[in-house]
Design a protein around this ligand. Sequence first.
Ligand code: AMP
Ligand code: MG
Length: 898
Amino acid sequence: RALWFAERSAPLAGIAGIYNIAAAARLSGPADPAGLRRAFARLAARHEALRTAFFEKDGEPRQRVVEGMDLDFQEIDARGWEPDSLAGRLREEAFRPFDLAAGRPLRVRLLELGGGERVLLVAVHHLVADLRSLEVLAGELAAEAELPPPAARYRGFVDWQERMLASPFGEALASWWHDRLAGEAPVLSLADRPRPGTSAGPGAVRRRLLPPDLAAGIGALASSRGATPFAVLLAAFQVLLRRTTGQRDIRIGTPAAGRSLPEMADLVGCFVNPLVLRTEIDDAGFTDHVAAVRRSVLEALERQDYPFARLVERLQPERLPGVTPLFQALFVYQRTRRPEMRALPALAMGEAGERLVLGPWELEAIPLPDRPAHLDLTLEACELGGGLACALHYRTDLIDESTAERLLGHLETLLRSAVAEPGMRLASLPLLTEPERQQVRAWSTGEPLPEEGSCLHELVAGQAARTPEAVAVVDGHERVTYGELRARAVALAARLRRLGVGPEVRVAVCVGRSRRLVESVLAVLEAGGAYVPLDPAHPAERLAWVMEDSGASLLLTEPALESRLPRTEIPQVFAGEVEAEKAVTEGARPIAGNLAYVIYTSGSTGRPKGVAIEHRSAVALVRWARRAFAAEDLHRVLASTSLGFDLSVFELFAPLAGGGAVVLAENALVLPSLPASGEVRLVNTVPSAASELARTGALPPSVRAVCLAGEPLPPDLVERLHGLGIERVYNLYGPTETTTYSTGGLVERGAPGMPSIGRPLAGERVWILDAEGSPVPAGVAGEVFLGGAGVARGYLGRPDLTAERFVPDPFSGEGGRLYRTGDLARWRPDGTIEFLGRADHQVKVRGFRIEPGEIEAWLHRHPSVREAAVLAQEAGPAGLSLVAWVAPREASPAELAA
Ligand code: AMP
Ligand code: MG
């Protein structure tokens, strides 16, 4: 019944022949088509199943055994056919749907290739047969003596099943299975692509032969725990899926014979019943896991008479479009009970290499291409020539060929390691093959960028010496040349130095967005110090806290902002009020290893933390930018990002280090109203701001490149920007802790799915690691660790936190450090990186990095708050909003709100 309903809905999926069982083989032996036809006719006459018609009555399936049916046997003259036409025809015959009402669910084709070569194709509908039935049929085909009539009828099985299910035994089976499988079932997350709505799809297969030495190792490992190779392979398959998907609750189907009644042993019919084997994989050693698998298989086999279809009916799992119920991966270990049929499993799997002798005939398998897939993934295995043949069938509309190939490689690596070291913990078993390991290493490393030893302001000074007349800053209608900018910065720097600024000295900078901001930053660096940006828009308490925490020894600000600033003991200097100061030459000069700036980011324990960036890191960013973008692009760059957000480092220094100009703006959205808007070539901002610009169509035609960073880039935004005539859209990724950008790339036009975050930038290293700290293979999610030139010195004054997040780099061998980002990502097969979200609770709201924990910690400080929780939630067209929930201690919610 279940198959009949499934078969009926299959055409809706546009895939024919999902439930056809088919095999093809090269046939040698007597060239006697008539004899072969007679042999098959005899089988069809013996077995009612092979002449059963199915039809519908009142919406229900009915079946009728047809007497004297004529066998669907055809000889096909295939002499002179190209291999492609032969394969095409075989495929077509194998998977062409059966007319079930006609009562001919068996199809036999004999293709004459000429030169004595022939191919036999047998296809039978799953409604009337299973793999065991093929074994029965093969045995009978070979038999010369007259066969006794079958011991029972399929009908008898159906009646028995009905009675059994209604009995207390049946009830016990039901409740056992329900207990095991009730509740929410995770969907195997293997898909490379978004899942189409159909629960079956076009299929393909990748094959791999595990060599005899490995097969012997598997056998030995199995017997050490009283298990079989079946259990070892299944255990390995579970671990493979667990490690690949990151899911713990793994459910794999495996067929049970379903022939508990002895008289059904040699019957042709559909008895097979998939058992759902569920494991919550913990961190056992491999052999212990094998022992657990063995136990769970035995338990399930004892209860194999409970039909899967009934289980689905009873459990009523949530029907998700395109998802098969209860399991999406199947494991089949093909075996035979009869020694003379040793070659049959390989034949059923389409594995060449063994010959099956059937009476006067000999068969050798020919693989049938593109078998439709009714599950996401099926692993089939059988013994073959002392080794183990593995075939991985996969839905090609979900899973890439390269992924399937990789999975097989991982299965082998995993099995090899398990055999070599059976006690090894599951999480530590290596997956990557040696070529993959090298591949990932190559992907991880950006182009070399030799250290140069200069400081950020020196890059600007060098440019000012070359082009003193060129425009450096555009501030409304005002234009400041490099010569003027530098003269003012040097004068202000002289004053700062007199006030004690020098290497490692922090200067808080709270200046509005005018040319003075650029002058102030440069002046602090010229003086040898490090700037600590204070955003004038932030609350006074926060500014006071940052000044204190950073240990700033001076505050550089403007009279107009004084009223907003907190009262502070720190001496103030007003930017712009520089008399003709003489440059100061004495005193220490900063070197590349000195601090350039300290930017504060949200901290999950309630206090923001200052990220301490050295000149060498910022210089590496600028040097990358000057390679990645043409001088044309950097000629006029919109500088609209707050100094407190490290996108500003790129916006200011990429143009100023190479003769371009910074076009200042209060924020990105005012771009269209800037006097110099028609000159801007490059815009660097967060996707949420770019969306707003694109929505209003307000990008000036001069803009050629848009760099987006700081939060996931929606694919439709890329399309819209291209639609507005933007030539190039870049997706750039990186946390403040590794100096603005660590990976990036041009977003390909019209590529499906989420844009990647590109590859490691020059001088950077990216590792995607699993929970054990091992590099993950392509396609597998892991945490992003960043190394290279951009890695910060650490968190200012927070050695504990620094040690937690900045860890030794075990891969570089140069004593480097890696920053642990908390971001999840995976390699795509082309070596670009796909961002997958966060491993913790950090959120981005319109580009702002926020630890909900910081807000929760503040809420907790209120005496009336017992508990607090903060989440970023979608709030309609405005995008994400922060929402806080509080549970009051005693006060009423109204009091709290007040
Ligand atoms: P911030 O330190 O403010 O630059 O924030 C860094 C975090 O923003 C990263 O750890 C990511 O979670 C996120 N992020 C930055 N760039 C991107 C990007 N291009 N795509 C997705 N997320 C990003
Ligand atoms: Mg960043």
